[in-house]
Write a protein that binds this ligand. Structure first.
Ligand code: USQ
Length: 398
């Protein structure tokens, strides 16, 4: 996408050294492609794993919406890779536990509470426990739905055991404990993207604030999602691995800490950034996606809590830690500021979104196209009130 990680990524060797110095163990690294079945089988033969944590997928909704090539590549990559893992498990590690990263986005935003994977339903006088309907919002999110179905089926026919983790939107730079406990070595920071496709909302808002660019609220900004810091994501995966299900069981965990609207998040970043002497701004921009901008959202998330998950509740201090980690890399981020504005649209066209106050500051060429439906002055951090911002908009786009 023409971007790069806001935080420099150290070499694999340097990261392994740093990991070893903290954890007293050195992971064995093999580079390969999960869609290459020989690679996967060789890996399983060598490792004979007891648990597999499968994060090896393309994670980006916008990337999958670029065109047919990207949509098909994302589906192939994600579905084929997982199928290879499932067959390698059947043949070489049938007792192992698969912890597979799904996404909360598989469920979409139905006008119902969202259970953890399954629900009891009564229909025409009969009852059953069935998978909760999935209504994904991008080809990427659908690839995860198809994966989930495949993993569920493999558990049924091969007797495998799996935990499908429906993860919310992850943010943060530090993954050991809460940010206060994170070792100082920068080689232990995570990669952090800020481009339109691989940067997630809160990570982008922090990068935008560090370089004085406005935080980009897509549309109304009332889209609500589950969020969790990356250190909690690691905690949840560890809990899942430590507590495997029975053979043949397919279980689903909804993994997030709390739900927030996008404008609530931006307001939080603005408050912390202002406190640190930055000059954060929030602006609403045409939503390049087709998604509900106002909706019910109340997913269950009890399974991980029952296993002992202790959420890092202090989002403000996680945001502060992110800004502290990002500030020294101001120039790295600023040099790539052109990748911040979205231009991948869900209808398949490619055009930079314009700010909803009618200007895009990027030249008349990109401003061409559908006129903005809302005229609203730029909101400054000092007077940002997300409730007011929301009221100013006449229509919720679907
Ligand atoms: N959004 C903005 N402004 C931005 C970026 C995003 O308002 O600058 C909005 C989007 O329109 C969307 C929400 O924020 O409503 C979340 O967008 P995102 O880009 O942070 O996250 P998303 O595309 O949903 O995907 C991310 C990860 C994906 C994971 C998913 C979890 O990239 O791998 O599966 O979060 S979930 O959202 O729960 O499905």
């Amino acid at each position: 996408m023409g971007g790069r990680s806001a935080l420099p990524v150290a070499s694999v060797e340097a990261r392994l050294d740093a990991f070893e110095s903290v954890c007293d163990t050195r992971p064995h690294v093999v580079q390969g492609d999960l869609t290459d079945r020989d690679v996967v089988y060789r890996l399983f033969e060598e490792a004979r794993p007891e648990a597999i944590v499968h994060l090896g997928e393309c994670p980006s909704a916008p990337y999958s919406m670029i065109d047919a090539d990207h949509a098909i590549w994302v589906q192939r990559n994600n579905i084929e890779g997982t199928m290879n893992v499932l067959y390698a498990m059947r043949d070489l590690a049938p007792e192992a536990h698969l912890v597979k990263l799904g996404t909360m986005g598989e469920y979409g935003t139905p006008n119902l509470d969202i259970p953890e994977g399954f629900f009891e339903i009564e229909y025409r006088g009969r009852r059953d426990r069935l998978p909760f309907p999935r209504q994904a919002g991008s080809w990427y999110h659908w690839s995860k739905v198809h994966d989930s179905n495949n993993v569920m089926f493999a558990c049924r026919i091969f007797g495998l055991r799996a935990t499908d983790v429906m993860q919310g939107v992850v943010y943060g730079t530090r993954f050991f404990g809460s940010s206060a406990d994170h070792p100082a070595d920068p080689a232990l920071h995570t990669r952090l993207d800020f481009d339109q496709a691989f940067g997630t909302a809160l990570n982008r808002f922090c990068c935008q604030s560090v370089i004085g660019e406005p935080m980009t609220l897509f549309g109304l900004g009332n889209q609500r999602r589950g969020f969790l810091p990356i250190c909690d994501s690691m905690q949840c995966l560890t809990l899942a691995v430590d507590n495997p299900p029975e053979a043949g069981d397919y279980r689903v965990f909804n993994q997030f800490e709390e739900t927030y609207t996008i404008s609530e998040l931006a307001s939080k970043v603005a408050a912390v950034a202002s406190d640190m002497g930055l000059d954060p701004r929030i602006r609403r921009i045409e939503n390049p996606r087709k998604e509900m901008e106002e909706h019910h959202y109340n997913p269950d998330h009890d399974h991980l809590l029952a296993l002992g998950y202790q959420p890092t509740r202090d989002m403000d201090s996680e945001i502060r830690a992110m800004l502290e980690d990002l500030l020294p890399h101001h120039d790295r981020i600023a040099a790539k500021r052109d990748v911040l504005l979205p231009d991948i649209r869900w209808d398949g066209s490619r055009r930079k979104s314009i700010f909803l106050d009618g200007s895009n500051g990027a030249g008349p060429e990109e401003a061409a196209g559908e006129p903005p439906s809302v005229d609203e002055p730029e909101a400054r951090a000092a007077d940002v009130d997300h409730a007011v911002v929301a009221e100013a908009a006449p229509v919720a786009r679907r």
